[in-house]
Design a protein around this ligand. Structure first.
Ligand code: ZN
Length: 358
């Protein structure tokens, strides 16, 4: 069985079988790059994704709350290269685009979820309900190039990852960055690992299971430089904690309670007078509830830090800056990257990220 990413033959397996929509999928492990992949790389029928209930999907991915998802917090923490045109592949309702726009990025997005794209239109007109391959044709006609392309929890869905990554790279400007996340198959808390629990980590949703090494190689094959892959959840919960704890205080001091008002505020709106002491007590209770809600997260994070097995893997890599040459000029955007190259030997991989980005 040949690997859909490095194309090496002789993968080990099948390690597991899983039947969905009358297709029998089998899991293989590439001995060359370490990727685990499900085969056949096939969706049950045309329009499979159109028929999905994306409300459920968004819930599973923690989207739809207009805040940054945990997987996007890594980008906030680690990516501080130049601003510019940003394309978010799988932008959903645009929660990340809102944040990116606030940071000064010129934001663009695509998603196959038409409903999500409709909502994202409120943020920018530059969002399209398209697959990446469709968007590549569209973008070529308009000579779009992007300084950063993000794909949060998108790559693992791709049955043809080589084509997908190559397509993405054709849209990248010279010296542009590509970043994203995938679930970590070595994660300590393997929720969703059995189909009975939640089928989201299985085909036809997820075709690829990465660990740190496999993801590093996948990104490295593309000839990108400054490759960094790290498992995630170390520390992003701290930001989430502060965010949660800050909410009641923010409401109290700024008077902003436009969304999700506390029952307390609804009582006040209804004209029910409360004594100051009661108000303080109720706010305190709310704060305590938030702390209690975060304890399991803190516990999980502490264990993850100890064992270094976070829930997701974050990656980012830069396209090598190359001066455009005459014969390249006619080839279209970013033609010099996007070709798969043989993986570099372990010691020769460029990794001077710390000095450049942090
Ligand atoms: Zn492989």
């Amino acid at each position: 069985m040949s690997c859909p990413l490095c194309e090496a033959g002789g993968s080990a397996g099948p390690l597991k079988e899983y039947r969905s929509h009358s297709i029998l999928y089998e899991l293989f492990h590439c001995r060359s790059c370490g990727l685990m992949f499900w085969t056949p790389p096939q969706f049950p029928e045309e329009g499979f994704y159109d028929a999905l209930d994306f409300g459920v999907y968004q819930l599973a991915h923690g989207l739809g709350n207009r805040g940054l998802g945990g997987h996007q917090v890594s980008f906030k923490r680690h990516y501080n290269a130049k601003k510019g045109k940003l394309l978010d592949i799988g932008c959903s309702d645009g929660a990340f685009l809102v944040w990116a726009q606030d940071q000064g990025f010129d934001v663009y997005g695509i998603d196959i979820d038409t409903e999500g794209v409709e909502r994202a239109r409120k943020i920018t007109d530059n969002v399209w309900p398209m697959r990446l391959d469709q968007f590549v044709c569209y973008a070529r006609r308009r000579d779009f190039r992007f300084d950063v392309i993000t794909m949060f929890d998108v790559l693992e869905h791709q049955p043809q990852p080589r084509q997908f990554l190559s397509d993405a790279l054709t849209l990248l400007s010279s010296d542009g960055w590509i970043t994203g996340t995938v679930p970590n198959r070595e994660r300590l808390f393997k929720t969703g690992r059995t189909p009975r629990e939640f089928c989201g980590d299985f085909p036809p949703h997820h075709f690829l299971w990465f660990d740190e090494g496999a993801l590093k190689k996948a990104v490295g094959f593309l000839g990108l430089v400054d490759v960094r892959v790290q498992d995630q959840m170390h520390g992003y919960w701290i930001e989430e904690t502060l965010h949660q704890l800050g909410k009641p205080f923010k409401r109290r001091f700024t008077g902003s309670a436009t969304s999700d008002p506390l029952p307390l505020e609804r009582l006040q709106e209804a004209g029910i007078e409360l004594r100051q002491r009661t108000v303080r007590f109720l706010y305190g209770l709310r704060g305590l509830k938030n702390i209690l809600k975060l304890l399991p997260k803190a516990f999980e994070a502490a264990i993850e830090i100890t064992f270094r097995k976070g829930g997701s893997l974050y990656f980012q890599a830069r396209s090598p800056a190359q001066p455009p040459t005459a014969d390249r000029a006619g080839e279209g955007p970013g033609k010099h990257v996007g070709k798969f190259v043989k993986p570099a030997a372990e010691g020769s991989r460029p990794g001077n990220w710390e000095s450049k980005l942090s």
